[in-house]
Design a protein around this ligand. Structure first.
Ligand SMILES: Cc1ncc(COP(=O)(O)O)c(C=O)c1O
Length: 388
């Protein structure tokens, strides 16, 4: 896909030729589960390339295909395939690239269920290793490493990995790279232009943007995405519904303005926390004091609203008190919607699991939403006061 069109045009116009839809201002939803054909030969022909023809919902659907075209264009990929969840996309993508005897190297902290999926694959003879960072990845990569998986910024740690360097390492060992780009969205980071083979997203976060859908996507070359569309997508059955696809179409219309606003409010909140005496550190790559800020500025064209900070306490009950004192931030998992959210792993995640992830007791994760930044800062200030 050429990049002659702006991201804004891709988000709001690509594939939406109103004259095909009676001038409708947004495309109609194809909610039929199957399509019929004039004769058996036509059905047979369609079935032979089911990823390109509309036959049955579990294969593909015009509303879902519209979203795929937009996301492929945004990621500068040849193809995209949407799934019923981010994990649907991640598990199908990883399993499409590995076989018994292969090794997967994960670089930096990654989303918990992705790690669980790598663990699950051991029963099929696929092993994995976790490297804390790129230096350790150079030591841990093996001749049988077939896939290098990473996120940037990394999960919970919010460290920034140099994408081109991860790609270089993987290529030197004949491995494919798969990167989760959910945090930045394709508006702020385009890993395929830096050589990443396959990019996955949870559409349930910023791209959907309204906490009203669960979805996922993988973007990459036709040579990699076509086979997994025909095999893993079809066989695992994590199909995206056209209704969710229609919500993604609407989410994309405002993605640009929402991401700018998330970034602006998150920076305001991060600066407030950074200056607060009860805060040990703020893990927001948009702050000049973040250890990877310079790399982040080179690699990202913007910063989203999800980050963590560490309260200066080893007392879980104080962390709980702080979080429960917040009135505006709501307590919940996930992120990327309008509403600001808070989550304290010390309270919600088992200690042994937290220890393996290197998450300190005082860590608090915020998803800064679209409310007024001053309201959010006032809410946090009141929660600090409640600590006494
Ligand atoms: C970074 C990241 N990737 C993937 C996922 C999985 O996405 P989904 O919940 O849509 O399956 C999540 C969900 O929280 C996530 O945070």
């Amino acid at each position: 896909m050429s990049d002659v069109y702006s991201d804004d045009w891709i988000c709001t116009r690509l594939g939406e030729d109103a004259e095909h839809f009676l001038g409708a201002v947004h495309p109609p939803v194809y909610e039929n589960s199957l399509f019929t054909f004039p004769d058996t030969a036509a059905l047979g022909k369609a079935l032979r390339a089911e990823d390109e023809n509309f036959v049955y919902w579990r294969g593909t659907n015009p509303t879902v295909a519209l979203v795929q075209d937009k996301l492929a264009a945004l990621e500068r990929a040849e193809r995209a395939k949407c799934f019923g969840s981010g994990m649907g996309a991640i598990s199908a993508t990883i399993s499409s690239q590995v076989a018994a005897g292969d090794h997967v190297l994960a670089v930096g902290a990654i989303y918990g269920p992705t790690t669980s999926f790598l663990r699950y694959l051991t029963k099929f003879g696929v092993t994995h290793t976790h490297a804390a960072d790129l230096d350790q990845a150079r030591e841990l990569i093996r001749p049988e490493t077939r896939l290098v998986y990473f996120e940037s910024p990394t999960f919970m740690a919010f460290r920034v990995l140099e994408i081109a360097a991860v790609v270089e390492l993987a290529r030197a060992h004949g491995a494919v790279t798969v990167m989760d780009n959910t945090w930045a969205t394709p508006l702020f980071q385009k890993p395929i232009t830096l050589g990443v083979d396959l990019v996955v997203h949870s559409l349930s976060k910023y791209i959907g943007g309204h906490s009203d859908l669960v979805g996922g996507v993988v973007c990459g070359s036709a040579a990699l995405v076509r086979p997994l569309s025909l095999v893993e997508y079809q066989l695992y059955g994590a199909a995206m519904s056209p209704h969710d696809a229609a919500k993604v179409v609407k989410g994309l219309r405002t993605l640009g303005v929402r991401m700018a606003a998330h970034g602006e409010r998150a920076l305001r909140v991060a600066e407030f926390l950074d200056a607060h005496p009860r805060v040990r550190s703020v893990r927001y790559p948009g702050l000049p004091g973040h250890p990877d800020h310079e790399l982040a500025r080179r690699q990202l064209s913007g910063f989203s609203g999800l980050f963590a900070f560490e309260l200066d306490t080893e007392d879980v009950s104080l962390v709980e008190k702080f979080v429960d004192s917040l009135r505006h931030f709501r307590i919940g998992v996930s992120w990327g919607g309008y509403e600001s959210l808070v989550n304290a792993p010390a309270v919600t995640v088992e200690e042994s699991v937290r220890a393996t992830m290197g998450i300190p007791v005082g860590l608090v994760r915020l998803s800064v939403g679209l409310e007024d930044g001053e309201t959010l800062v006032a809410d946090l200030a009141a929660a600090f006061e409640a600590l006494g």
